[in-house]
Design a protein around this ligand. Sequence first.
Ligand code: FES
Ligand code: FES
Length: 140
Amino acid sequence: IVSKREYHEKVLDHYSRPRNVGSMNKADQDVGTGLVGAPACGDVMKLQIRVDEITGKISDVKFKTFGCGSAIASSSYLTELVRGMSLEDAGRIKNTEIAKELCLPPVKLHCSMLAEDAIKSAIKDYKSKRVGKPTLGVTA
Ligand code: FES
Ligand code: FES
């Protein structure tokens, strides 16, 4: 049970109706998986992106978070934010943007950091699969 005094209403909205919860097959060549943990509390977040190989943009995104309300809200909000973005733009998202949108208090900043780490890690995983493959957006 989440107390309303502790969490801003935007957090409660994402927490009670999280967007894009789920999993993709991490073996898929167009999927990047990020799995990160917060040393401060032990919470864990898995974030997966599917990348359109023609446009190089994120076509789908799913998450599973085992963590507090702020971590769930941060990942839910992040999934809405990155859909349709280029990997470059998605990789530039800062946790402070997420924290600002959700009005997270300072003590909950590390929860939004988990979301920043997760998208960076998913992008890195996707790129590692592309090594030696044709560049995105280029047709032979
Ligand atoms: Fe992880 Fe807050 S310590 S839920
Ligand atoms: Fe640790 Fe929120 S308290 S992720």
